[in-house]
Design a binder for this molecule. Structure first.
Ligand code: NAP
Length: 325
């Protein structure tokens, strides 16, 4: 698989990545070490290099990283490890400090390094903006980690457009290091990032990682308005995703895919990767077969301009009520 550069940085990642929030998730095959190992084995065998996790993922916070550390024993060098810190979920740190503060960052990185059984993290991401801590304190702490070799690069997640701009300008003003990437909710069925986030990502030369790129699995083509696989995440724990789905548009989209001889999964990947701002599609997976299909989908189809116009008409960016005068 050819690699993509993350924004203006020197970090290279595979176009299909692996989202790792299923590892250690209760009720899934990947709840266990064997299930996790099977998915990671398939990812590596199919050319996926980027694994994206977070300290808080897992039925018990930290389990995703712990299982990954075990599954990657002896082959750490073969992957790019991205993880996150600073979610609101309680990580059991009993000190008063903002999630982006120097104290929190230093504690969190040590815990992640230990669980992942590695000396370094390739991409360390602030999971949610921290309104309490000045962004300069966070970037200073992250720069320290870069100098110490504990992380290679840092990125953010769930930042709004103005927060991306603020972080960039504070880094420029102070001549410090900078965030190289943004990770936000984005898929054919969730295009709000196109309003403020993607323009900021482009302007400041960041790489972009869309999360929920398959809309929890809805865009894989395995669901219809009649239902879907009973063991799937959507049917077992996120039924509202299926209940609220725009079925008329999805059925038209399935016909669009059939006419082109591609699967909905390939179309969902192809549409995301047609955007040069997208560094990697970090799709989650619960089996080796899914990973294999996702790796293949990352290179299967590239939409042309007329395909993109049809897709825009099927899944338009909803009107922004705040923009009305
Ligand atoms: N930064 C943030 O705040 C944030 C938030 C959420 C997620 N994320 C990141 O984004 C990643 C991806 O999100 P996600 O995994 O929650 O959602 P997703 O990628 O939209 O959907 C993944 C789910 O779709 C199904 N699936 C995937 N490939 C398939 C295939 N080829 N065939 C059939 N079904 C398939 C699987 O579920 P079933 O087998 O159960 O159907 C899988 O768990 C996460 O792992 C995480 O790294 C970040």
């Amino acid at each position: 698989m050819s690699q993509r550069r993350v924004g203006a940085s020197g970090l290279l990642v595979s176009p299909t990545g692996l989202g790792c929030n299923n590892f250690g998730r209760a009720g899934t095959v990947t709840e266990t070490l064997d299930g996790t190992r099977e998915v990671i084995d398939a990812a590596i065998a199919n050319g996926i290099t980027l694994l994206d996790t977070a300290d808080m993922y897992g039925a018990i916070a930290g389990t995703s990283e712990t299982l990954m550390g075990e599954a990657l024993e002896g082959r750490r060098d073969r992957v790019i490890l991205a993880t996150k810190f600073g979610h609101e979920r309680d990580m059991g740190y009993d000190f008063p400090a903002g999630r982006g503060s120097r104290r929190y960052v230093r504690r969190a990185v040590e815990e992640s390094l230990r669980r992942l059984r590695t000396d370094w993290i390739d991409l360390y991401q602030l999971h949610l903006p921290d309104q309490e801590t000045p962004i300069a304190e966070t970037t200073d702490a992250l720069d320290e980690l870069v100098r110490e070799g504990k992380i290679r690069y840092y990125g953010h997640s769930n930042f709004s457009g103005w927060q991306i701009a603020e972080a960039e300008f504070v880094s420029r003003q102070r001549s410090t290091g900078r965030f190289i990437s943004a990770q936000n909710h984005y898929s054919l069925l969730a295009r709000a990032a196109e309003r403020e986030v993607l323009p900021a990502v482009e302007r400041y030369g960041l790489g972009f990682f869309p999360f929920f790129p398959l809309h929890n699995g809805l865009l894989t083509g395995k669901f219809t308005r009649e239902g879907g696989p009973s063991g799937s995440r959507i049917m077992s724990s996120r039924r509202h995703v299926w209940e609220d789905a725009p079925w008329a548009a999805l059925e038209d989209f399935q016909r669009f895919c059939d006419e082109r001889g591609i699967t909905m999964l390939q179309a969902a990947f192809g549409w995301l990767l047609a955007n040069p701002l997208v560094s990697s599609v970090i799709a989650g997976a619960t089996s080796a077969a899914q990973v294999e299909a996702n790796a293949e989908a990352g290179t299967a189809w590239t939409p042309d301009a007329s395909d993109l116009r049809v897709i825009d008409a099927l899944f338009p960016l909803p009107e922004d009520p705040g923009a009305r005068v």
